[in-house]
Design a binder for this molecule. Structure first.
Ligand SMILES: C[S@@+](CC[C@H](N)C(=O)[O-])C[C@H]1O[C@@H](n2cnc3c(N)ncnc32)[C@H](O)[C@@H]1O
Length: 688
């Protein structure tokens, strides 16, 4: 299609809308979208704590750590940028409880809109130079099945309360962009009309996302819609201009000014709606039927005095639009966007299936926000919104419930050398999810035990006996706190003595392990004989899917879900290499990282992977990071190494820093692997 049509003179959209709004107020709209499970109550703020898992200081140089901390202080203390892992419903409820109501200047969301089995999140991993399909025991699968298990109804159940929360978070002069596919956009438009008010509807942008699509029996679908709403009758809008095509210029500017020789286009000066006649060159001229003159008499006289009016052979007045001025200004972008195609290759591509082009977000952010404004994207994906907001000097908050999305976004921001930002999650996230699904704690323990193939014990809450090995006791950890080394030792002692006869082994199922779990456990275990042997497993987040179903029948479900062994990380002692003046060069080396169960879809590939990892365990690592001066509370990543996703090159296994003499350091190391598992260790270093 030709992308450039003649333009009408500029009217301020605002005036037009105020007029329209005033007319609208007279009649009340009652049309609504109804579906059987439509939530009746708006979600309310929830007093949940955010836990800062990490403060990321992306500057890749290792030089002057102090300056990183100063930068961090400035950025984080005032308004920290935040990458939050968790369900956006809870995250938004928590933000509201923390005073974020009316604080966000611009929201862009791109929620998942697949109806088929083709989940739009990455399920491939690259280890070394091989790409494998991973099994999907991840929380992302839960999100997608939850969202689509009853088709459109469940999608609307998901989106509607979230839009209500977004409206509350939006600043009074803020705007929201909702990016959505044509298979569902009409429903979304109607619920947005309801939530934001149809008088606040600004645009439907039609974004052509691909050149052609071969749909055999219908027209190829090549676009998405982006709905834009304001919150009130005042909002930020900065027109965007792009250059004109040569073809358009040549066909459009087909008149020549006799006096100056300048090329111009004769633009109409009428608009829809009737209006009075005006005097042009001493002659009263009525506007065409059903239209009115766009200018007052005074303005017409002014234009005439400046020789800016052109009269056709039939004496119809037009406005001269000069080509030279027009070229300088460029073409004002309208509601159909055909000039931003996703690049298929290049640095921007991160392998995230639904990644949107940075140019798209750049246009949106520039059109609807100012520098320093706060931008949010609650369906972060690969982090395009945060990455562009960062580049354009805006502040940002972004959330995703997929760990992969958090990892990809983290790497993206580090690579672009973003200002320090926080990675957070909701402290009692698991417990909240469980409550959301109306499950009692005892019920939850029992379901997890059954899923693991253990028979729950009535007399000891949280304990069970492994059905195929009666000498093994199983324990499920509380959902809102990590397993500690001390607690594990206590459990091992308890198992050794239990029931008079004792148990040989205890399997501990935990959602999370404390930062230095392995070290603590090994230290406390030393020389203790009267304890059962321990095995540590991680409860996969997709057990939550089963928590809704009461009366879970253990045996049959036990093979549906895999509890992976907690990965093992071993670091060597810090090595002091050089001492100069008041600083010391220190190196720390990763000696081993082991994932005991690798979640692969295709079992045949396992030996190949195991062989590769025997040669180089680092191939399994997505990134690792070091806080050289861990304060026991917040992990500050001041050094980091990331695998090169494109080249498949593994991370280096040593990290260096120069540290000031005169104090004791706790060096904390955190490793995240390609499956999203993490493991951490601390090491002490005395430089007194
Ligand atoms: C279509 S993708 C977003 C892609 C993104 N615009 C980009 O440029 O990469 C949708 C994302 O929403 C996330 N998501 C789905 N449901 C969610 C929820 N309830 N809370 C947070 N994130 C969610 C998915 O994990 C996925 O990463």
């Amino acid at each position: 299609m030709s992308s450039e049509f003649p333009q009408t003179p500029d009217f301020t959209v605002q005036e037009e809308r105020l007029q329209y709004g005033a007319e609208k107020k007279k009649q009340r709209d009652t049309a609504r979208l109804i579906w059987a499970s439509k939530p009746r109550k708006e979600p309310s703020p929830k007093d949940l704590d955010f836990q800062t898992a990490e403060i990321v200081v992306p500057n890749k140089a290792t030089g002057d750590l102090r300056s990183f901390f100063e930068a961090e202080k400035k950025e984080i203390d005032t308004q920290p940028n935040r990458l939050i892992w968790g369900d956006n419903l809870l995250v938004m409820q928590a933000l509201l409880a923390q005073g974020y109501e009316g604080q966000i200047d611009l929201i862009y969301i791109d929620p998942p809109f697949n109806t088929g089995e083709n989940f739009n999140f990455p399920n491939e991993v690259t280890i070394g130079d091989q790409t494998f399909e991973k099994e999907m025991p991840m929380s992302e699968r839960l999100a997608y099945t939850d969202t689509w298990d009853r088709g459109i109804d469940s999608f609307l159940d998901m989106l509607y309360p979230r839009l209500q929360l977004m409206k509350k978070l939006l600043a009074n002069d803020g705007s929201i962009y909702v990016h959505i596919g044509p298979n569902i956009s009409h429903y979304v438009k109607i619920i947005m009309d309801e939530v934001f008010g149809n008088v606040n509807f600004l645009n439907e942008i039609v974004w052509q996302r691909t050149g052609a699509h071969n749909d055999a029996t219908k027209f190829g679908v090549v676009h998405d819609s982006i709905f834009i709403y304001s919150k009130s009758n005042s909002w930020n809008y900065y027109p965007v201009y792009i250059s004109h095509s040569e073809e358009h210029i040549n066909t459009r500017f087909n008149e020549i000014d006799e006096d100056t020789g300048r090329r111009f286009f004769a633009g109409p000066i009428t608009a829809p709606g009737s209006g009075p006649s005006r005097i042009f060159r001493g002659k009263l001229i009525a506007p065409p039927k059903g239209r009115h003159w766009s200018y007052t008499q005074e303005k017409i006289d002014e234009l005439e005095a400046k020789n800016l009016l052109y009269f056709s052979k039939t004496d119809t007045p037009y406005l001269k639009q000069y080509m030279d001025e027009y070229l300088e200004k460029g073409r004002r972008v309208q509601s159909i966007w055909t000039d931003i195609l996703p690049s298929k290759t290049g640095n921007e591509i991160l392998g995230y299936p639904t990644q949107k082009p940075e140019k798209l977000l750049e246009r949106i952010i520039k059109a609807s926000s100012n520098e320093g404004n706060l931008i949010a994207d609650f369906f972060c994906g690969s982090g395009t919104t945060a990455a562009v907001a960062e580049k354009l000097g805006r502040r940002w908050i972004t959330t995703d419930l997929s760990k992969t999305a958090i990892q990809v976004t983290r790497a993206r921001l580090v690579n672009q050398n973003a200002a320090p930002f926080q990675i957070q999650n909701l402290g009692n996230y698991q417990r909240q999810l469980i409550y959301m699904r109306d499950v009692k704690l005892k019920e939850m323990y029992n379901i997890i035990l059954k899923l693991y193939g253990a028979a729950p014990r009535e007399d000891m809450q949280g304990f069970g006996i492994k059905q195929d090995d009666k000498s093994t006791l199983v324990f499920v950890c509380e959902p809102d706190r990590p397993m500690t080394g001390r607690k594990a030792i206590d459990l091992a002692k308890q198992a050794y003595l239990a029931d008079g006869k004792g148990y040989k082994k205890i399997v501990i199922l935990a959602w999370d392990y404390e930062l230095d779990f392995d070290n603590d456990f090994e230290r406390l275990k030393a020389n203790k004989k009267e304890i059962a042997s321990c095995e540590f497993k991680v409860i996969p987040s997709d057990v939550l899917k089963y928590l809704r179903k009461t009366g879970v029948n253990g045996g049959s479900l036990a093979d549906k879900i895999t509890f992976y062994q907690k990965p093992y990380l071993r670091m060597g002692e810090p090595n002091v290499r050089q001492r100069y003046g008041d600083t010391v060069d220190v190196q720390i080396k990763m000696e081993q990282y082991v994932v005991l169960d690798i979640p692969l879809k295709d079992e045949e590939k396992r030996p190949e992977i195991e062989k590769m990892l025997a040669k180089n365990f680092a191939a399994l690592i997505d990134y690792w990071t070091v806080d050289w001066d861990y304060d026991g509370e917040v992990f500050r990543s001041t050094w980091q190494a990331m695998r090169d996703r494109k080249k498949g090159e593994p991370v280096p296994v040593v990290a260096d820093a120069s540290l000031k003499k005169g104090k004791k350091y706790t060096i904390a190391v955190r490793v995240v692997d390609v499956f999203g598992n993490d493991a951490s260790v601390t090491k002490e270093l005395n430089l007194r």
